[in-house]
Design a protein around this ligand. Structure first.
Ligand code: ZN
Length: 247
């Protein structure tokens, strides 16, 4: 008997200059795709982050106002580690983000402002694969980001954005979804993996509340494990996987 063929992931296109990553919470990008971001900024590409919330409901022992301020600082520090200097927050409510026109409008505005060719977001599907249920915030932001890539190019869907001076941007060529259970593409994580570990470690308060493990050992084991698992479908090269939606 022969082994079942492992479907190989394709290299993510690299003929682009600007990317915008849109996710729900501080740490969403660091749990998996920061190594790809590091490799992009190494290559001289511009990457900016937009977060729908400040992750204020993420730590049981910390009340939301204090938590928001702390997690914003941690997010800015973790972005800086992988070469990202621009981090914006849309201030939707952590845990109760609603999918709908208001969220699509805020993300479309960010896309018009940054004019990216590549938009990155986190798993918009119901599960992480199998029966591991995804969170409502990730589903809402992922779906709204896929939708907003189109909304950003249409003058008439959110006319108030044009009135604010944000001209339509129809230049998004792909939306790349990290953490998908159906990935199609990957990015070599070799050069960025160590910085990805340090980037995740910047979320120290969150990690310390989450696990009793040594934070650095926790971050390294987790990210190396993800990258090696993806590598099995990427010629053995440690990698970050994405499900790519061309436009
Ligand atoms: Zn999250």
């Amino acid at each position: 008997m022969t082994e079942p063929a492992i479907s190989q992931l394709q290299p993510l296109p690299d003929d682009w200059q600007r990317a915008l990553a849109v996710v729900a919470h501080p740490d969403d990008l660091e749990y998996g795709c920061a190594a790809a971001v590091a490799s992009w900024t190494d290559a001289g590409r511009e990457v900016s982050y937009v977060l729908a919330t400040r992750g204020e409901a993420g730590i049981d022992t910390l009340e939301p106002a204090r938590c928001a301020a702390l997690r914003e600082l941690e997010q800015r520090a973790s972005a800086a580690v992988v070469g990202v200097s621009e981090v914006a927050f849309l201030d939707h409510g952590d845990g109760v983000i609603e999918y709908g026109p208001a969220l699509r409008r805020d993300i479309a505005a960010a896309i018009r402002r940054h004019r990216p060719e590549l938009v990155v977001t986190l798993n918009h599907r119901d599960t992480w694969g199998g029966t591991v249920w995804n969170t409502p915030d990730h589903r809402a932001v992922g779906r709204a980001t896929l939708d907003a890539a189109g909304d950003a190019g249409n003058r008439w869907i959110f006319p108030e954005l044009t009135e604010q001076g944000l001209e339509p941007w129809d230049g998004v060529r792909w939306v790349a979804v990290a953490g998908s259970s159906s990935p199609t593409h990957a990015v070599d994580a070799t050069a960025g993996l160590e910085r990805a570990v340090r980037s995740l470690l910047e979320h120290r308060t969150y990690i310390e509340a989450l696990t009793d493990e040594d934070p650095e050992a926790y971050a390294r084991t987790l990210l190396t494990g993800f990258a090696e698992e993806t590598g099995k479908r990427f010629a053995g090269v440690p990698a970050v996987a994405f499900e790519l939606f061309p436009r």
